[in-house]
Design a protein around this ligand. Structure first.
Ligand SMILES: [Zn+2]
Length: 144
């Protein structure tokens, strides 16, 4: 499942429409658009058509094409590292004598639940801001 802002989803859906073509699975043919821009199979007359993405596959709907776009154009990020970097930039290292520990390591070890919840909140906020999208649990950065 794809988690993203409505704006990003709309953009992907539009892109998915443009890069794919109507396809009749019964006759296994690509369906050309008629003069009015409607897609009706010239062989069987159905308008219950799949979408064909050349070299990738045929399937109903746009979701699978949108997911393909995310994987192709997005860069998968290491969410754990991203959150750790944030903590380490925001807070001073924890020092005890000659010993020094990074804030991310301290929180992770001392309160793993708080770390996990904090990380999830942070990632959710980035998805809401449109800076990241999440596909099946993996976070992607996009060049939009
Ligand atoms: Zn047909």
């Amino acid at each position: 499942m794809l988690e993203a802002t409505e704006e990003i989803k709309d953009k992907f859906r539009e892109q998915a429409h443009e890069m794919s073509r109507p396809f009749c699975y019964m006759d296994y043919i690509t369906v050309p658009l008629d003069e009015d821009g409607n897609a009706v199979c010239p062989k069987c007359g159905t308008d219950d058509l799949m979408r064909e993405l050349e070299g990738v596959g045929v399937e109903y709907g746009y979701d699978w094409i949108m997911e393909h776009i995310v994987k192709e154009e997005g860069t998968a990020i290491d969410a754990d590292e991203m959150y750790a970097d944030l903590l380490d930039e925001c807070y001073e290292p924890f020092k005890m004598g000659d010993l020094e520990y990074s804030p991310s390591q301290v929180l992770k070890d001392v309160d793993p639940t708080a770390y996990r919840i904090g990380k999830q909140d942070y990632l959710d906020s980035l998805v809401e801001d449109g800076q990241l999208v999440c596909l099946d649990g993996t976070y992607y950065q996009l060049d939009l």
